[in-house]
Write a protein that binds this ligand. Structure first.
Ligand code: ADP
Length: 462
């Protein structure tokens, strides 16, 4: 069922319930008021007649009938009948001769037992009154409450009409209200529908009123910002990766083409094969890094996750770095480590963590004249901090964020081996482990990379 219809129905239901409740209450109160008034009037009439009858020595029947006929009780067609406790009728008066109440012994007994009660007899209201004085007397005073009944009929007509009118107004206003309420959503949906991957710089128009719809538009615009960023990053990544892969391929192809143009001696063939081999090595290492990148770019769900002791991971570094380059050296400092093993544990993938730290350590060695990296480990509150320091060339402030962009390399690093993927890969891996990397660097003095990881003592799951 469409939301608009649901809102309209809900609106109508609430209004109908309210109207029925109010109308019902008004009718009930008026109905009871009429009965109370009729009862009071008939009761007074019956009491008067009973008193007159019990003083029969002073008032004879004709006089009482005259009094009954002359007394106005604002009710039409009165009838008064009196009975002794044995059920014998001792008095009867009626405005119209045809009006008379067929009194049964049960009615008399009930009047004696209750002292007095009101009931309906045909179109008339009757009050049966028991007068206790003397031998006792039961008086039935009846009349037709034309005015009260007409008022009640008019009231119920007004209430029914106003309830129906209220429902109609509720339906129309509910429909208009829901339409106005939901139209911004439709506009937002229409605008979103028009935005495609090729058109990601379009944004949803923000409303002037600061309401929930405005908030929704803002949130969707933020989502579009993020999508646009990630599309752009992906596009740049693909174009850079293809460029990096096509350069060695072009070089291999042109070298082979030149050498195949005529017969060569063994030395020349060896030379070209060595050169092609270097290009292949370069490509293979790039493809390996790209694969690692892809692995770290997904979610952590597909990875093998374990509890890892960070100090043990760091202890493996010196030999890994030495194997990569004999001239590089790493010094480790583990001072003031906490005694609880828990605080040194990280929940994650050991291979990926080693790759991340290794990339930063290799850079520290690569970009410093002494080819040395100082690695230390600290625990701060619930965080594990791995600090990697070098006394190298440093990174200019304006490039501090850029170095995390895939394929970004500073000009002075062009003649050194690398693809510009080491730091972006490291950051992706660390972020996958719910941590972050920050850099502090001074040109020609050195850089300090801080890897912050949440310890497993506070975080158990990804
Ligand atoms: P690369 O393969 O070029 O080392 P990275 O992504 O690891 O790629 O680093 C990106 C760039 O950041 C490098 O080209 C280099 O210019 C700069 N850089 C990274 N680490 C350091 C460092 N410790 N000292 C100075 N410059 C660095």
């Amino acid at each position: 069922m469409p939301v608009r219809l649901r809102i309209t129905l809900l609106f109508c239901t609430i209004v109908v319930i309210l109207l029925i409740l109010v109308s019902g209450t008004v009718y009930y109160i008026s109905y009871n008021n009429r009965l109370a008034q009729v009862k009071t009037r008939l009761n007074n009439r019956a009491i008067t007649t009973a008193r007159l009858l019990s003083q029969s020595e002073t008032f004879n029947r004709q006089l009482i009938e005259k009094i009954d006929a002359l007394t106005a009780i604002a009710l039409k067609n009165k009838t008064v009948q009196a009975y002794d406790p044995n059920g014998k009728r001792i008095y009867a008066f009626s405005d119209r001769v045809t009006d008379s109440i067929n009194v049964t012994p049960e009615m008399i007994t009930q009047a004696i037992n209750t002292g007095g009660y009101l009931f309906s007899y045909g179109r008339q209201d009757v009050f049966a009154y028991y007068h206790v004085n003397g031998t006792g007397l039961v008086v039935f005073a009846a009349a037709y409450d034309e005015f009260g009944k007409r008022n009640l009929r008019q009231l119920s007509f007004i209430l029914v009409i106003s309830t129906l009118g209220g429902v109609l107004i509720a339906m129309i206003s509910g429909y208009i209200f829901s339409k106005r309420l939901l139209s911004p959503i439709k506009n937002i949906a229409d605008e979103v529908k028009e935005i495609s991957a090729q058109d990601l710089n379009r944004r949803i128009e923000m409303r002037k009123v600061k309401d929930e719809w405005n908030y929704l538009s803002g949130t969707l615009n933020e989502l579009l910002d993020r999508l646009q960023d990630s599309f752009e990053t992906q596009r740049r990544f693909i174009s850079n990766a293809s460029h990096e892969l096509s350069t060695p391929l072009t070089s291999m192809s042109s070298q082979l083409q030149v050498y195949l143009q005529k017969d060569r001696n063994a030395e020349e063939y060896r030379k070209v094969m060595e050169s092609v081999y270097q290009d292949v090595q370069h490509m293979s290492s790039l493809t390996k890094t790209l694969l690692e990148f892809a692995k770290a770019s997904g979610n952590a769900g597909g990875l093998e996750l374990n509890l890892i002791r960070v100090d043990e991971v760091l202890l493996r570094l010196p030999s890994i770095i030495q194997k990569m380059n004999n001239g590089y050296s790493v010094s480790l400092t583990f001072d003031n480590l906490p005694e609880e093993e828990n605080k040194l544990l990280v929940f994650g993938n050991e291979d990926l963590l080693i790759t991340a730290v290794k990339n930063i350590v290799v850079n520290a060695c690569k970009y410093s004249p002494d080819h040395q990296a100082m690695v230390s480990l600290k625990c701060e509150n619930s965080d594990i901090l791995i600090l990697i320091e070098d006394k190298g060339v440093g990174i200019p402030n304006k490039a501090l964020e850029n170095v995390f962009e895939p394929f970004y390399r500073l000009d002075d690093s062009r003649d050194l081996e690398g693809f510009g993927l080491g730091l972006p890969l490291a950051r992706r891996i660390i972020r996958l482990h719910k941590g972050d990397i920050t850099i502090a660097s001074v040109i020609e003095k050195g850089s300090l990379f801080t890897i912050q990881l949440p310890s497993a003592a506070t975080l158990r799951t990804f």
